[in-house]
Design a binder for this molecule. Structure first.
Ligand SMILES: [Mg+2]
Length: 306
């Protein structure tokens, strides 16, 4: 019986992309990747990486060097409980500098060659499989291979002309969200939702991974689920980190003027003490400081409630 799988782009989908990755020490998993992949594997998806590696054709990297990078990626994933089923790469590019690799290849995305090979090698049923990647060429390769597609668009990603031509079935912000979509669309959300009913966690419609169909250790699965929920809660909480807040800005401005008014009033204290009489400027300064301080506090409280 054929298996279902998730084809995964490598750079900016699983690991950070420093440009041309040529050093195993630079391999760094993106946040939440292990949780997403673990949950997909638990419900029976094979995990297959398909990556263009034109750095080889350009003479920046050898196939042995690429192997070391992939060994490091596998090692980091394995440490976190994820085993990849296969990695396919395309070393060719028509504008390469290494003759052996300088050519057009049907394996290079957007062509679907790598996916079709994997399908043959590992008995993959394309209609039940997905392609996830951050580039239009990933999406096109997935569509041409007959998979459903998910585009990962990171914060700050601009639009290109290719974006107009290639429309993924779904667009998400990271691999954790992609896993949620796949599980939901695969009809696994209901069983997962049952597990996700934890009074300590509230993430709206988040319905997340589980071992709905595959018998696995329930404790491990529950832990995975809660790790993902925590990840999503952290990344979605408004005001988390240095998010801009106009109320906080106004509070700071009023606070500064309150201090200035207070200092202004303090300057007149010797006069008040010496004369023993009421000083109009001192009164105005202190009242202004009080009003401004109240306004500052109000805006600070408002900013915390948002
Ligand atoms: Mg990529």
């Amino acid at each position: 019986m054929a298996d279902k799988c998730v084809f995964l782009d490598r750079d900016r989908t699983i690991i950070e992309d420093p440009g041309y990755m040529t050093d195993p020490d630079a391999v760094k998993l993106l946040p939440g990747v292990e949780l997403a992949l673990r949950s997909l594997a638990q419900v029976g998806f094979k995990l297959i990486v398909v990556t263009n590696q034109s750095a080889i054709a350009r003479g920046l990297l050898t196939e042995d060097g690429l192997e070391q990078i992939h060994d490091e990626m596998r090692r980091q994933l394995s440490q976190r409980g994820v085993e990849l089923d296969a990695i396919y790469y395309c070393p060719y590019h028509p504008e390469g500098t290494v003759e052996r690799y300088t050519r057009v290849s049907a394996d290079c995305k957007p062509s679907p060659g790598m996916l079709l090979k994997a399908s043959k090698d590992l008995q993959i049923e394309m209609s039940e499989s997905w392609m996830v990647g951050d580039s239009p060429r990933d999406i096109e390769a997935g569509q041409r291979a007959g998979c459903r597609t998910i585009r990962v668009r990171h914060k700050g990603d601009g639009a290109s002309e290719q974006d107009e031509d290639v429309q993924a079935d779904f667009t998400v912000r990271n691999l954790v969200d992609a896993a949620r979509v796949i599980l939901r669309e695969s009809g696994l959300a209901a069983a997962v939702g049952k597990m996700a009913e934890s009074p300590a966690v509230s993430v709206g419609a988040a319905r997340l991974p589980s071992s709905a169909q595959t018998p696995i250790d329930s404790m491990t699965d529950s832990q995975t689920l809660h790790e993902i929920l925590r990840h999503i809660t952290q990344t979605r909480t408004p005001g988390n980190g240095a998010e801009f807040s106009s109320a906080r800005l106004l509070g700071a401005i009023f606070q500064i003027f309150a201090v200035i008014a207070l200092v202004w009033g303090l300057i007149y204290i010797p006069d008040v003490m010496n004369s023993g009489e009421s000083n109009l400027i001192w009164h105005v300064a202190m009242m202004t400081a009080g009003v401004l301080q109240l306004a500052a506090l109000t805006f600070f409280i408002l900013s915390r409630q948002r």
